[in-house]
Design a protein. Sequence first.
Length: 165
Amino acid sequence: MYDQVIAHIKDHVVTGADTQLLLAVDHDFGGLTLSSKWNQRPIAAASCTSEHLVSLLGQCKGDGHKGYLATELLRHYGLFNATDDVLDTYKRRGSAPRVVTMGQALAAKAGIHWSTTSHISDDVDLYGAAGAAEKATGCWASQRYRLAAIATARSWPGRGSGCWA
């Protein structure tokens, strides 16, 4: 769905005379590692995000959280046959840790590994598109170190071009 939305927006941007698209992500992937045997099926089986499921669980009243989580919610996230220990872990955690724990369980099932669950201090990509994109100038973020060295030396070749880093 995301790819279809972006394709539709890009089509509109290219045909619009006064339209441009700038797209930035919130943060980097936190050390995403795909093993050679990763399996996309568990991720494809998920029909909603863990955040949505945790919000639904928060709306559940009474003592039926564990059963509701086991029979209704986890199956929408592609996590089937959760043991009592796993369900107790989900039940004990607050909303944010529960989301992370569910994400880690799905990632492990798919063979996806993360070096961190936190934000990392790395630059994020900025994507831009416009009908007259050829008039824009820029450089890859990896060039920022070279440009920093140039700026430090007070030598700035090519003053007419800018850098998006």
